[in-house]
Design a protein around this ligand. Structure first.
Ligand code: AMP
Length: 180
């Protein structure tokens, strides 16, 4: 894929991200990726572009973060010949899990992964739609490390740079397609 083709994809994606003010609460501008997902050509080309980053990288698993992360992680996993692994909110996964609890603005949240989802030494990518404060992605990195996995890269469709999530994740490789 040429640099020109990549630039075209990024500008196509940008046009398909919808700002929804005051959702889910006042003051938040929600980055709605549904128009992007419903555009077959742009969604498909984006997955191809993202997949091109991981050729020859020996990635075994692509971890998607509930829930919109799943939608990007699953086709990416297929495209690069890796398995898909979900990380979910507490109480949703059926088999034995390990957990990590992390701080939110108010209170805490707990994320879980199946204890056999990543094997020791496997290279993984962690995927979500939006990087905000970075707390969620950091928690998923911790889950991955607890299982002995190696975080090759954190991949975000959108990075909200003003929230400085990247600083929280400075120990990891981080790639985002679009920055605001
Ligand atoms: P954080 O842990 O602060 O990086 O928050 C990341 C999670 O919250 C991701 O799963 C995002 O999907 C979601 N999120 C945070 N802020 C936004 C936003 N402005 N628009 C859409 N999703 C968001």
């Amino acid at each position: 894929m040429t640099e020109l083709e990549k630039e075209k994809i990024i500008s196509d994606v940008k046009k398909l991200i919808r700002d929804v003010p005051d959702f889910p609460k006042p003051g938040i501008i929600f980055k709605d990726i549904m128009p992007f997902l419903s555009d077959n050509r742009t969604f498909k080309n984006t997955i191809k572009y993202l997949a091109s980053r991981y050729k020859e990288k020996n990635i075994s698993k692509v971890i998607g973060i509930e829930a919109r992360g799943f939608i990007i992680a699953a086709p990416l996993a297929l495209e690069i010949g890796a398995g898909f692994v979900p990380v979910r909110k507490k109480g949703k996964l059926p088999y034995k899990t390990i957990s990590v609890t992390y701080d939110l603005e108010y209170g805490t949240d707990t994320l879980q992964i199946h204890e056999d989802a990543v094997k020791k030494g496997e290279n993984v990518i962690i995927v979500d739609d939006v990087l905000a404060t970075g707390g969620t992605a950091k928690a998923v990195c911790e889950l991955t490390k607890k299982l002995g996995g190696n975080v090759s890269e954190i991949l975000m469709l959108i990075e909200l740079e003003f929230l400085k999530g990247r600083e929280k994740l400075k120990d990891y490789e981080l790639f985002s397609l679009i920055k605001y």
